[in-house]
Ligand binder design. Structure first.
Ligand SMILES: [Zn+2]
Length: 158
């Protein structure tokens, strides 16, 4: 009688150990979803969004600028503490996250906006409708970004 097919398989033990390790890990759905969005193409279509925190974090941050294919879904992730490090900290400190602005745009444009905001003394507050009544964007960025989606809604909110 022939032995079972895997009896002499030198890798069977290793595969079994790997399978056990794989199963012992928590669900990776969320992580994989993030991982696939981690390095989007520079010209990927999506939304650039600005989050405003109800107070400053202990690190003095009150805004977060991000890009996502789906800003609403991403906001839910941020609010649940599964977003970026800065929003995670804000949530842990009990702060509320408000989506203050969105623009249609690419990851490249988001980086340009981030770089520009870092140079100014106002930072992201200068482009946040909840913090600033002026739209401080330079003309080239303003035309590249197109009209902000929430201009009307927040016009009198501050
Ligand atoms: Zn703000």
């Amino acid at each position: 009688m022939r032995p079972p097919a895997n009896a002499n398989d030198p890798w069977a033990g290793r595969r079994a150990a790997y399978e056990l390790l794989r199963r012992s890990r928590p669900s990776t759905d969320g992580y994989e979803a993030m991982a696939t969005n981690r390095y989007p193409a520079d010209d990927a279509a999506g939304e650039i969004y600005l989050l405003h925190f109800s107070e400053r974090t202990t690190q003095g941050r009150q805004h977060y600028l991000g890009w996502s294919r789906n800003a609403e879904a991403r906001l839910a992730q941020h609010r649940s503490g599964r977003g970026a490090g800065e929003t995670k900290k804000a949530v842990a400190e009990g702060l509320r996250l408000t989506q203050a602005q969105t623009w249609k745009g690419t990851p490249l444009l988001e980086r340009r906006l981030k770089e520009w905001s870092r140079k100014g003394w106002k930072g992201f507050a200068g482009i946040c409708p909840l913090c600033s009544k002026e739209d401080a964007l330079p003309p080239d960025l303003a035309s590249a970004l197109g009209p902000p989606s929430l201009r009307v809604r927040h016009q009198h909110a501050a």
